[in-house]
Design a protein around this ligand. Sequence first.
Ligand SMILES: *[C@@H]1O[C@H](CO)[C@@H](O)[C@H](O)[C@H]1NC(C)=O
Ligand SMILES: *[C@@H]1O[C@H](CO)[C@@H](O)[C@H](O)[C@H]1NC(C)=O
Length: 472
Amino acid sequence: MKSKAVLLVALGVWLQSLPASHRGVTAAQGGKDFRNIESKFALRTPEDTVEDTCHLIPGVTESAANCHFNYSSKTFMVIHGWTVTGMYESWVPKLVAALYKREPDSNVIVVDWLSRAQHHYPVSAGHTKLVGKDVAQFINWMEDELNYPPNNVHLLGYSLGAHAAGIAGSLTNKKVNRITGLDPAGPNFEYAEAPSRLSPDDADFVDVLHTFTRGSPDRSIGIQKPIGHVDIYPNGGAFQPGCNIGEAIRVIAEKGLADVDQLVKCSHERSIHLFIDSLLNEANPSKAYRCNSKEAFDKGLCLSCRKNRCNNLGYEINKVRTKRNSKMYLKTRSQMPYKVFHYQMKIHFSGTESTTKTNQVFEISLYGTLAESENIPVTLPEVSTNKTYSFLIYTEVDVGELLMMKLKWNSDSYFSWSRWWSSPTFAIDKIRVKAGETQKKVIFCSRNKVSYLEKGKAPAVFVKCYDRSLNR
Ligand SMILES: *[C@@H]1O[C@H](CO)[C@@H](O)[C@H](O)[C@H]1NC(C)=O
Ligand SMILES: *[C@@H]1O[C@H](CO)[C@@H](O)[C@H](O)[C@H]1NC(C)=O
């Protein structure tokens, strides 16, 4: 139960410190005066992803050569968030290592603003303006003195660091290539105007992952509203699978306390691990789908990839800039690799006798050319005779091309009246399935024209009778 206490204290400190006190930016600096820069810029290496051993120092041109800065490669700048301990969290070297693994010749710079990040939350939140200014001056210096184009710079900011990245992007002489906001902080920023938070104007392309937006907007740890060109809400964005306390205790029992900070802010930090996943598992990016609401997504209504309606999560995202902010959704596993396979199911429940039942649990099993995924539970809020229902299911394994499926209607409890009494039954002739990842539509048919689905009884079996690609 220790982890629970840690979690509550950490969140409590955070939430108590509302509302805001913004500290203004002190007098503007002359172009070449770098004395006000408090943030430090450590160029880490693929060999040492953990320690800040070499710093690039604005105004000191030799520092770039000393640290073996590669002028012809792209640069990632990692900006951390608020900290209770005043130390880097364990994700920092993980993200650095993943960036180097994917782009071995790149420059990965960790921005150290720890001294300003360990105050009461609202104070540190105000400091994002100063940090953003530091980072902008640094990027301008790289451009002016090192001839290094800002168009080669990708900023990655977590929590408060996302807003610092946004402010930096708004202050550079030329736009940086990309900013990735990893669950940008909500408190003090949800209602802030674009200039004081991350916004689409801050880079050529801004992508945002929202992973911990539970609660009312003024209390949510992560910002709820879309603030980039593409905003992705994994698992609806409120909370992430595997992040409940029970799961945390299980992981501590299994792996020890080494990564306890990761558990405390599990859903918040999931944004980083999803991005790391996209760097490491490059062959199989998770796909996210544009949708007007989480509810519509959960009904399976948004699995289309036409006209940029779907995109890759993370590093390999397509840089789609729509006029309106676009919210995108996906489901994920609770651990790396996070990718799942999404399906929309459409079923018409027919019958001669009128039946309506609420909160019914079904189990679906899918059998494909590569694997099978059995007993995927689905709860439908209502089922009624002669109505069609659409819902989303997903598998953790890639089953390949679908061949067969089974549908089972669970009884309410073990001791069910249906054992003695005739149980409600629906007749189903077809099930329509749309696969998000392959964009294929498959129709499953009953082997004997129509199958009877009886509550609490054996599953109804359907086989593929027709399929076509959606994108011809
Ligand atoms: C710098 O990066 C380029 C690719 O961008 C690579 O070809 C070159 O070998 C790198 N230089 C050094 C010294 O690592
Ligand atoms: C459902 O539709 C079928 C075919 O239209 C009809 O025969 C049947 O009576 C309907 N069932 C109910 C309960 O209305």
